[in-house]
Design a protein around this ligand. Structure first.
Ligand code: HEC
Length: 179
């Protein structure tokens, strides 16, 4: 029995020493272009999913009508597009340089398979240790639901909403003599 307890203690100490060695000898991937840490993506997703499930599924107080989707498009262009992209546009340099990568929400199915409440949670609270900011202190409840409804319906947006999501026209080239 004594030997067993000594074994357990040694095992725990050895494990702790291994972790300390891993973190203190420059082996941990910290650069954007490094590969994943072992189990990093799996554990991060599991933790995030568990937290959102714990929160429960709230029905959206904002209906997915055109007025709200248009308002959501304005919120999106101003706050999200720089990382999550616009329909038919290439990824921005900011999106290219982030790790983890921000999913391009108007490419493929985006988050149309998630309930609006899940997107609402992520937009309100952000996702720690990623580039994903939390917007609950800067956007109103209504704006957060509007942009979440837009993303939940990103695969069936109408022409006016698509127009609202077009990139801003480039500034006209300077003409005439330089000042
Ligand atoms: C500075 C960059 C940046 C901005 C701005 C940004 N995000 Fe994100 N977002 C990210 C990153 C990076 C991730 C991926 C995080 C991860 O892998 O866990 C992400 C993840 C998400 C996800 C989860 C996607 C999925 O597949 O589950 C949603 C939803 C989301 N963002 C919505 C928004 C909304 C809405 C806005 C604007 C109000 C916004 N984001 C603004 C960087 C950004």
């Amino acid at each position: 029995m004594k030997l067993f307890i000594a074994g357990v203690i040694l095992g725990v100490l050895g494990f702790a020493a291994g972790i300390w060695f891993y973190f203190s000898t420059g082996m941990v991937p910290v650069a954007v272009s490094d590969t994943d840490m072992p189990f990093e993506a799996l554990l991060a997703r599991k933790a995030l999913h568990a937290r959102i499930v714990k929160q429960g599924d709230k029905p959206s107080p904002v209906p997915a009508d055109e007025k709200n989707l248009l308002a959501g498009a304005t919120v999106y262009v101003q706050n999200c597009a720089v990382c999550h992209g616009l329909p038919g546009q290439p990824k921005t340099t900011i999106a290219e340089g982030l790790y983890p990568k921000p999913p391009q929400l108007f490419k493929g199915h985006g988050v149309t398979d998630d309930p609006a409440s899940e997107t609402y949670w992520k937009a309100a609270n952000g996702i720690r240790l990623t580039g994903m900011p939390g917007f609950k202190s800067t956007l109103s409840e209504t704006q957060l639901w509007q942009v979440s409804q837009l993303l939940a319906n990103a695969d069936k947006i109408t022409e006016p909403v698509k127009k609202a999501l077009a990139p801003p026209a480039p500034a006209p080239a300077a003409s005439g003599p330089a000042h």
